[in-house]
Design a protein around this ligand. Structure first.
Ligand SMILES: C[S@@+](CC[C@H](N)C(=O)[O-])C[C@H]1O[C@@H](n2cnc3c(N)ncnc32)[C@H](O)[C@@H]1O
Length: 203
């Protein structure tokens, strides 16, 4: 399992995240970031080339050493990047010190996602924003049935990815007010492709 988790899984994650259909989401989400940014689960660094002024600094949090190594080699946008090789359930930053938290296709995989969202809210300054693009629970009952049925096996081979997480209510339950949200399918198997994109602020 060590070889699969440490060597194969990071490469599969990178391969999946190269999907060109995700690029417009990355452009929009990262284009709205500003100031001191904390990106949660930066993975192989697929968002890093999109950061521009007014982003001043990126704190790139990622628990997988292999993915951190890949992200270090990602295209450089000129904005300083500092890596935090830790899990999002315990963020080693002071309260209210971050202007923007970014999470893209990560809330599906974080084991204790509610704890991680509470940590994101804690480190955001009052008036700061959470920017997200995630896949999750679909509106249709038939797709939800597949999401619930596939998730136990899927999470074992995909690094803990849940297909059926209710992204909007998870964010709201953590004490954020949704400012903007857009949802819908992108092309591909429906259980994997219902997207939530938007922004939220601590309430
Ligand atoms: C599907 S990948 C997405 C990577 C990246 N966000 C992107 O958009 O390309 C999921 C990411 O969640 C990360 N992850 C899993 N558990 C985590 C945790 N407890 N804290 C932070 N990140 C975690 C994985 O290591 C992986 O980088």
């Amino acid at each position: 399992m060590g070889f699969y988790n440490d060597i194969i899984l990071p490469r599969l994650c990178d391969l999946a995240m190269r999907n060109k259909q995700l690029l417009p989401f990355r452009e929009r989400v990262i284009g709205a970031a500003e100031g001191r940014v904390l990106e949660i689960g930066v993975g192989s660094g697929r968002n890093l080339p999109f950061y521009r002024s007014p982003v001043k600094e990126i704190l790139a949090l990622e628990p997988s050493p292999k993915l951190v190594a890949m992200a270090r080699g990602a295209a450089d946008s000129g904005v300083p990047v500092h890596f935090l090789e830790v899990s999002a359930e315990s963020i080693p930053l002071d309260d209210g010190t971050i202007d923007t938290v970014v999470t893209t296709w990560t809330l599906c995989s974080i084991p204790q996602a509610a704890t991680a969202l509470a940590e994101m809210r804690r480190v955001l300054r009052p008036g700061g924003k959470l920017l997200f693009a995630e896949h999750g629970l679909a509106p249709s009952e038939s797709v939800r049935w597949w999401q619930d049925s596939l998730t136990p096996a899927w999470r074992r081979i995909s690094g803990g990815c849940h297909l059926n997480r209710p992204i909007r209510s998870m964010i709201e339950d953590a004490g954020f007010g949704i400012e903007r949200i857009e949802t819908g399918y992108i092309p591909g198997p429906k259980p994997m492709t219902f997207m939530y994109e938007g922004s939220a602020r601590p309430q």
